[in-house]
Design a protein. Sequence first.
Length: 297
Amino acid sequence: MSHLQVFPSEFRRLLDAVMAAANDFVETIDDRRTMPATSGQMTTAAFDRPAPEEGLGMAVLDDLEVITNHSRPGTGRLFPYVVGSGEPVAALGDLYASFLNQNLTAWRSAPAAVAIERTVVRWLAEAVGCSGFTGSLTSGGSLANLMGLAMAREAKAPANEDGAEACVAYASQEVHMSIPKALALLGVGRANLRLVPVDERFRIDVSALADAVAGDRNEGRRAIAIIASAGTTNTGAIDPLTDVAEAVWRWRGDHLMATRRAMGAKVGTGGSAGVAWLAKRANALIFPELWTARSRV
């Protein structure tokens, strides 16, 4: 038998040890420090080591406690950064999905996983009033925004064959940092993102947006997307989605993206009705960030 193969009895011991460590973490999570007592020097000392020439066997489990002690637990006291729900049941699903190790490029390579993905996307679409819409789960919002802008660019300023053409996009000053990154990657350029001022509630100023669009049109610049946020990172502000969509409908021809959490769009002015309006009325593309969804589950 290959020395790389793990015997069933040994695998069971590994699994039991990992599950015991995970269970201990869940049971004690509320008692753990939100900011671990660590530093860059300490983590370097703990984990910066030569690659082992041979497998460590069960000894590899000794690092689990060390890793935990240098991690930030996702408790109710953890406010910075965007973290998943940390739901223990979801972690079990993630574990089993890792065992199955499916390739979701097509139904033929992962029949169950693809069918589940389609079902979850349908649930999300129905939740925001967009029954019948389809899509894909991504590893996070940054990738979803990149995909959305790629489709908007290809619809309005095709570049896949002959390269990127000059074009512009619009978003509020509070938009997520993944938007300028995506435009840079797509060849549109950061300088061609118009950052529109916000109102006293940190929402995009629709009048200022109209002025920006009009100015670019007068200069002959081609718009590919207007990006509305349904829950910004800094404040959770929700742009006036219906007002933005109505403006796009009047201008016609521009694609519009609603970024951030799909379910977050159900809160506040515009709400889920605003998201549905964007999709059905404004020739819109909706790419909500699915922070807690994994494409492999």
